[in-house]
Design a protein around this ligand. Structure first.
Ligand code: PLP
Length: 363
């Protein structure tokens, strides 16, 4: 008898970005789309206060955080479930909704966890190729059949950085058969500046099987503490709660999230600084001869027009860590998180040297 669950034959352990090294003089970490401006000072102060209570279990019902979320989004608290990062919620959604013989649909390339969670349960996943980095919504609808239970839509998408606009999303939601649970992952929504960027929450009145995923890991600067949440009609939240571990979110994470959600100045600064740097990086990378997919997020997908592997390695030797797209089959591309202006300068310089191109740098 095989040692592991046979479904695990289809899986590989998550490939981490290179770990932070302590011996390097400069280290610029631009591989995981974290907030380069750090954590909200309010959240840090709240965590410090919470330390005295660490001998107690956290609130299994995350009451204070869900009350804050209810106020933040203008919905009642029973529309929310909190997870140990949005990643845990993706696992819980797979755990809750997927049964034998069913399948899931996602865009390719998109967030790798959309395939990991179903595959671990022996569930078929259907990747629908994107077109020039944009969702092919008609092809995604075509991939749906009577056995499709979950459809994952990252908006904006990782790793392309592109978004589905309001009109297209509205049409898609109306065309999607009712039996499908639509999961809209808005991990990067705070960073989007496109005027037609839709908010999944606006579609809750018209669809029962809809889940919106949010995280505090990106613009809110709390990736290390692990907290994310799902918004859905209360009957779906109740189902997800059945399979949830009671103490899945630590007391520090709950407290930090409440404080971070109140710190609008930190969020606004992070988003504005990101937008400025996103514009600059896009311009400078293009001037270097790279092809940059227009981004609504805090990262850019960059096609170098050559094998990206040696370039990634050469950049790492200069202390600049970016994300390989080889796991997605995009061998000539890198995904580069947008850092502080200084980090971006170091990154552009490292890339420029690694490419060895006689490129004009735009000032
Ligand atoms: C980073 C990211 C998340 C957030 O994951 P956490 O577990 O909350 O850190 C979710 N979805 C996508 C597409 C992401 O890129």
């Amino acid at each position: 008898m095989k040692l592991a669950n046979p479904a695990f034959d289809a899986l590989r352990a998550y490939a981490t970005a290179m770990p932070a090294s302590s011996d390097r003089f400069v280290e610029v970490r631009l591989a995981s789309n974290e907030n380069p401006y750090g954590t909200s000072q309010r959240a840090l102060a709240a965590i410090t206060q919470e330390l005295a209570g660490l001998h107690r279990y956290p609130d299994p019902g995350t009451h204070r955080l869900r009350a804050k979320l209810a106020q933040h989004h203008g919905l009642s608290a029973d529309h929310f479930v909190v997870g140990n990062g949005a990643n845990e919620l993706l696992e819980l959604i797979a755990h809750t909704f997927l049964g034998p013989e069913q399948n899931t649909v996602h865009a390719d390339p998109s967030f790798i966890v959309y395939t990991l969670a179903p595959l671990a349960r022996g569930i078929e996943t259907r990747g629908v190729p994107m077109r020039n980095g944009y969702h092919d919504l008609d092809a995604m609808l075509d991939a749906v059949d009577d056995q499709t239970k979950l459809l994952f839509l990252a908006n904006p998408n990782n790793p392309t950085g592109t978004h589905v606009g309001h009109a297209a999303l509205a049409r898609f939601i109306r065309a999607l058969p009712e039996h499908v649970v639509l999961v809209i992952d808005e991990a990067y929504l705070e960073y989007a500046t496109a005027p037609d960027m839709p908010h999944g929450i606006d579609f809750l009145p018209e669809r029962e099987r809809l889940i919106i995923l949010k995280t505090l890991s990106k613009a809110y600067g709390l990736a290390g503490i692990r907290v994310g949440y799902a918004i859905a009609p209360p009957p779906l939240i109740e189902l997800i709660n059945r399979g949830r571990q009671p103490f899945n979110v630590s007391s520090l994470a709950q407290t930090a999230a409440v404080a971070a959600l109140s710190d609008t100045a930190h969020l606004t600064h992070s988003v504005h600084a990101n937008e400025e740097e996103r514009t600059r990086i896009t311009r400078e990378l293009s001037a270097m001869g790279c092809s940059v997919t227009p981004s609504q997020t805090n990262f850019v997908l960059v096609d170098l027009g050559c094998d990206a592997g040696p370039i990634l390695h050469a950049m790492a030797m200069r202390g600049v860590i970016v994300r390989s797209m080889a796991p997605y089959g995009l061998r000539s591309s890198l995904r580069i998180s947008i850092g502080t202006p200084l980090e971006n300068d170091l990154c552009l310089r490292a890339l420029h040297r690694a490419l060895g191109r006689d490129a004009r740098m735009v000032a």
